[in-house]
Design a protein around this ligand. Structure first.
Ligand SMILES: Nc1ncnc2c1ncn2[C@@H]1O[C@H](COP(=O)(O)OP(=O)(O)O)[C@@H](O)[C@H]1O
Ligand SMILES: [Mg+2]
Length: 273
């Protein structure tokens, strides 16, 4: 169970693994043979198991955590649901256009004067909450400038606002960032501030539990495809939701589109044969 030290190695291994994978044929979408699935898994770099991830998230020591792995594995769900020890929860998703002022706060006109309105980062600091930031790799330079001081250790984390108030986080304040990218894709100054780097590479078991058996196995197997073709649990849950109304073929088509849906239907049928 590694924290920080082996992560750069791990990320490199993950990239090498992706690069070394050959382009899949339609058959490789098939709820693959047991041996195919096993060999792909054997090549996978070690990742953290979900119980460990949830344990770290619940730890009072974990004030700045980065959770990374493929989309639809349950990173945001875990970040929002892991034991918060009574903390409030704030959950934001960044895009390159997210304005820093929206997160920090801004002056708003009220009557004849302007009053300060806290943004979500500052609100979370004041309340000693858990602040979940998704797609953190999209943070603009302006957002990073606000985020960096929040990720400092609790003794030094503080943020001076444009109204000249300096906010110190209340006890318990925790920042959990998620993204698909390995930590070595983050700006070094951001990466360096995380106390814990957690890697997941499989859907959370509770997410898989929500799928009926045939889809559950397919979901696991399609995770072994390269990232562009992997199908997240989110997609399989949508298929399951449509199934009663549209049947297997229709639900795959509705969720993944004509070509890909037909391909997956064929693969699923082959797997079931
Ligand atoms: N622990 C879980 N229990 C139940 N459902 C889950 C769990 N984790 C994920 N899911 C389901 O999978 C979907 C995708 O999870 P999410 O956390 O958004 O993925 P990620 O952040 O890794 O892209 C969620 O919307 C939810 O429906
Ligand atoms: Mg997410």
């Amino acid at each position: 169970m590694s924290i920080r030290s082996s992560r750069t190695e791990e990320a490199r291994a993950a990239r090498a693994r992706r690069a070394s994978r050959s382009a899949p044929s339609a058959a490789s979408d098939s709820p693959a043979t047991e041996s195919g699935s096993k060999s792909a898994r054997a090549k996978a770099p070690p990742a953290d198991d979900w119980a460990f991830v949830e344990r770290v998230l619940a730890s009072p020591v974990a004030d700045a955590v980065y959770v990374w792995g493929p989309p639809g594995t349950g990173k945001t769900f875990a970040a929002c649901h892991a034991d918060r020890g009574g903390r409030e929860l704030f959950n934001v998703t960044l895009t390159p256009e997210t304005p820093a002022a929206e997160l920090r706060g801004f002056f708003v006109p009220r009557g004849v004067e302007f009053v300060w309105q806290d943004g979500v980062f500052v609100e979370a600091m004041r309340k000693g909450a858990r602040l979940v930031i998704n797609e953190v790799a999209h943070a603009s330079a302006d957002v990073l400038a606000i985020l960096h001081p929040l990720l400092e250790s609790r003794e030094t984390a503080r943020l001076t606002l444009p109204n000249l108030e300096t906010v110190v986080p209340a006890p318990g304040f925790q920042v959990v960032c998620t993204d698909n990218l390995p930590p070595d894709h983050l700006p070094p100054a951001l990466r360096d501030r995380f106390k814990s780097l957690l890697h997941v590479d499989r859907p959370h078991p509770a997410a898989l539990e929500r799928l009926r058996p045939g889809l559950r196995e397919a979901a696991l197997r399609t995770f072994d495809l390269e990232p562009e073709r992997a199908v997240s649990v989110r997609g399989w849950l949508a298929v399951q939701a449509f199934e009663a109304e549209l049947g297997a073929e229709g639900s795959l088509r509705a969720v993944f589109g004509g070509d890909r849906g037909a391909q997956l239907f064929e693969a699923l049928s082959l797997g079931a044969a």
